[in-house]
Design a protein around this ligand. Structure first.
Ligand code: THU
Length: 132
């Protein structure tokens, strides 16, 4: 599974985003080491704090199905009414969740703004991450 195919899966997942409060739809596609792909979208809530990001939806789906080893994640996001025009880097909470399950030196994060894909290693986006 290459970066571009993973981006396509993130775009598909984005179509399911439930975002009545922000109108900002995000999709993620998480590639496990066994080749499985877990998709996720953001799911908001009227009480705001129960809202969950697309990335954490994908991680929760994978971990709850017994999968804990990951290679990469693709993330796309932007206002609901159009195709994304900017990169959507993961929030700090999602970076901490990546840190929990992924090797920061090898786990890849792919972002796409509609025309360009950039890739980062987790350690670049989350240096000196906390591990208990
Ligand atoms: N959001 C994500 O799903 N992932 C990110 O990486 C950034 C933000 C969501 C949270 C909220 O539903 C909306 O985007 C606006 O912040």
């Amino acid at each position: 599974m290459n970066a571009e195919r993973l981006i396509e899966k993130a775009k598909e997942a984005r179509t399911f985003a439930y975002v009545p409060y922000s109108d900002f739809a995000v999709g993620a596609a998480l590639l496990a080491k066994n080749g499985q792909v877990f998709s996720g979208c953001n799911v908001e809530n009227g009480a705001y704090s129960p809202s969950i990001c697309a990335e954490r939806t994908a991680f929760s789906k994978a971990v709850s199905e017994g999968v804990r080893e990951f290679e990469a994640i693709a993330i796309v996001g932007g206002p609901c009414d159009k195709e994304p025009e900017n990169m959507c880097p993961p929030c700090g909470v999602c970076r901490q969740v990546m840190q929990e399950f992924c090797d920061p030196k090898t786990f890849m994060i792919y972002l796409n703004d509609g025309s360009r894909t950039v890739s980062y290693r987790l350690e670049e986006l989350f240096p000196a991450g906390f591990v208990l």
